[in-house]
Design a protein around this ligand. Structure first.
Ligand code: GRF
Length: 190
C-alpha cells in the first residue's frame, strides 16, 4: 500500500538554493508535498522559485504586524496542518509562540559544525578562525538560537589558501546534499 505523502512547510528568506534542492529531489517527491513556502521578504528570489514550481506561498512583511507572535499566528493559520517545518535560510529567530502552538517537528539548517559558530555569518566565522575542518548541521529547533538537538552534520577539509567565496560555494553544495537526505530520513522513519 502506498503511504500518503507528508505535508511539509519550508521557511526561507533569500536565495532559496536549499528550497530548490528540496523541491527538485526525486526521492523526496515520492514522500512529501511542499504545501507552503513561507517567506518574510517579499521579492526574495526564493518566492519566484516556488511560484515557478507551482508551490503555494505565504509571503509577508513583518513590519505590517504588531508583534512576532501576531505574524507567527498568521503563518500557522496559513500552513497548518503540516507534518514537518523546515527552516532553510529563514533569517529570523522563531519565538516561543510558534514553538508552543506548533506541535510537530521543526528543523533548521545551519552552516557550521554546531555548537561552534551560532548565529549570523557562520561560514565567515569559521573561515576567520582558520579552521581546517568546516561543516554544516541540521538540528531540531528549540527556544535558543541554533541550539536544539543536532540530527546530522557533514564537513569538508578547508585548505589554507581557499578563498571565502570558494569555501562558501562548497558549503552550499554540501547543504544541498545533506538537507534532502535528512528530510527523507525523518519523513520515512517509523
Ligand atoms: C544557508 O547557508 C543556510 O545554512 C543558512 O542560510 C543559507 C540559505 O541559503 N541558514 P539559501 O537561501 O538556501 O540559498
Amino acid at each position: 500500500m502506498t503511504q500518503a505523502k507528508k505535508r511539509v512547510a519550508i521557511f526561507a528568506s533569500g536565495t532559496g538554493s536549499n528550497f530548490q534542492a528540496l523541491a527538485d529531489d526525486d526521492r523526496l517527491k515520492e514522500v512529501m508535498t511542499i504545501s507552503k513556502l513561507v517567506c518574510d521578504k517579499p521579492g526574495a528570489p526564493v518566492v519566484a522559485k516556488a511560484q515557478s514550481r507551482g508551490i503555494d506561498c505565504f509571503v509577508f512583511s513583518p513590519k505590517e504586524y504588531a508583534s512576532k507572535a501576531e505574524f507567527e499566528a498568521a503563518i500557522l493559520e496559513a500552513i497548518e496542518p503540516v507534518d514537518l517545518i523546515i527552516l532553510a535560510g529563514y533569517m529570523r529567530i522563531v519565538s516561543p509562540y510558534l514553538l508552543e502552538h506548533y506541535k510537530g517537528p521543526m528543523i533548521n539548517l545551519h552552516p557550521s559544525l554546531l555548537p561552534k559558530y551560532k548565529g549570523v555569518d557562520a561560514i565567515g566565522q569559521a573561515y576567520r578562525a582558520g579552521d581546517s575542518e568546516i561543516g554544516i548541521s541540521v538540528h531540531y529547533v528549540n527556544e535558543e538560537l541554533d541550539s536544539g538537538q543536532v540530527i546530522a552534520q557533514a564537513s569538508l577539509q578547508h585548505p589554507r589558501d581557499e578563498s571565502l567565496e570558494d569555501l562558501t560555494q562548497r558549503i552550499h553544495d554540501l547543504e544541498h546534499e545533506l538537507l534532502p537526505q535528512v528530510v527523507y530520513q525523518l519523513l520515512t522513519q517509523a
